[in-house]
Design a protein around this ligand. Structure first.
Ligand code: ADP
Ligand code: MG
Length: 318
């Protein structure tokens, strides 16, 4: 089949900002980086994180139910769905605008569409026994105990800061809408999918999918998406130009090229911070190993074009 090589682009927090006006401005810069990659001859599929956005929506919905007793608490899965639509809306419009601007014809030949995506997780994933991911605002001890009783939340104290809800971060198992995503990608459309790692669901009897109180790591889900659309490259765009050893210390050393084996050794030596760089390196290793020829690249949003040309970034491949 004669097709353009494919890139799955995983966008980090810096690509979207923390507030509505910040996001409106950030998506313009992000869209330039994405269209830069398209102009390098690649077809792109976009995924993104949603930490600040899902936190904001979760807090807003919690305030609503405090204010109005007829409004029950909003499940986290619904908050993730809302965040996908909100981010997708801004991003697809900014992308469309950037495509119009560059193509200079008013109507680009590619459409841009966001797919509200569910990701199936294993209800027996051990992550459910050890929730680790903080969600929503800080609470007092009293509020925290109320949330435990009233909503069944798992609350954890962060010394000196207060209490916060923590949820599980299970591994992504299957992207439910993958056939729809593939169909759009095969038709040459620009697709935004798997936002925030996807809406976590578990499969029940009779085809029912049930929302889970969890969040899936966007880097792991982006790796799965990249495998499933048979991408050549997984590019994780974040706030640093390269991955480093001894990050943030005087011994810091930037990395250009790594095999999965070397990367694993650096993981074992503790070079990558859990919850930030570690999942990226783990996702990159998994993608590089999934098929010979596949390359994972971690670089800065603003350096995407140089990164894909091999001029910067950290690349992991066999
Ligand atoms: P994103 O929102 O893109 O997922 P994160 O903040 O989760 O971003 O992860 C990227 C951050 O990881 C970088 O901005 C950097 O501060 C941090 N980091 C931790 N360890 C390393 C490392 N070894 N090399 C480079 N960056 C690292
Ligand atoms: Mg992150």
């Amino acid at each position: 089949m004669n097709r353009k090589p494919r890139i799955v682009i995983a966008l980090g927090g810096n690509a979207l900002g923390n507030t509505l006006p910040e996001q409106m401005a950030a998506v313009k810069i992000t869209s330039r980086a994405i269209v830069d990659l398209m102009d390098e001859g690649y077809q792109v599929v976009v995924s993104h994180g949603n930490g600040p956005q899902v936190g904001m929506i979760n807090n807003a919905m919690a305030a609503l139910s405090r204010e109005n007793p007829n409004q029950p608490n909003t499940p986290l899965s619904v908050c993730v769905a809302m965040s996908q639509a909100y981010i997708g809306y801004d991003l697809q419009n900014a992308l469309r605008e950037e495509l119009c601007r560059r193509r200079g014809r008013g109507v680009p030949h590619e459409d841009v569409a966001t797919v509200v995506t569910q990701t199936e997780v294993d209800p027996d994933d051990p992550a459910f026994l050890h929730p680790t991911k903080p969600i929503g605002h800080f609470m007092t001890e009293e509020q925290a105990h109320y949330a435990e009783r009233a909503y069944g939340y798992v609350m954890r104290e962060f010394p000196g800061k207060g209490w916060r809800r923590v949820v599980a971060s299970p591994r992504p198992g299957r992207i439910v809408e993958i056939n729809a995503i593939r169909t759009l990608v095969d038709a040459g459309q620009v697709v935004i999918a798997c936002g925030g790692g996807g809406i976590p669901v578990t499969r029940q009897d009779l085809g029912h999918l049930r929302g889970a109180s969890a969040v899936i790591d966007k880097d792991f889900c982006s790796c799965l998406l990249a495998e499933e659309v048979n991408a050549e490259v997984l590019i994780i765009l974040t706030a640093v130009e390269r991955v480093a050893l001894h990050y943030g210390t005087p011994q810091q050393q930037w990395l250009d090229e790594l095999t999965p084996g070397q990367a694993e050794q650096y993981i074992a030596e503790g070079h990558f911070e859990p919850g930030s760089m570690l999942p990226k390196v783990q996702a990159a290793i998994a993608f590089a190993r999934s098929k010979p020829g596949r390359v994972a690249l971690i670089t800065q949003l603003e350096k995407a074009r140089q990164g894909i040309r091999g001029e910067t970034g950290t690349r992991i491949h066999l």
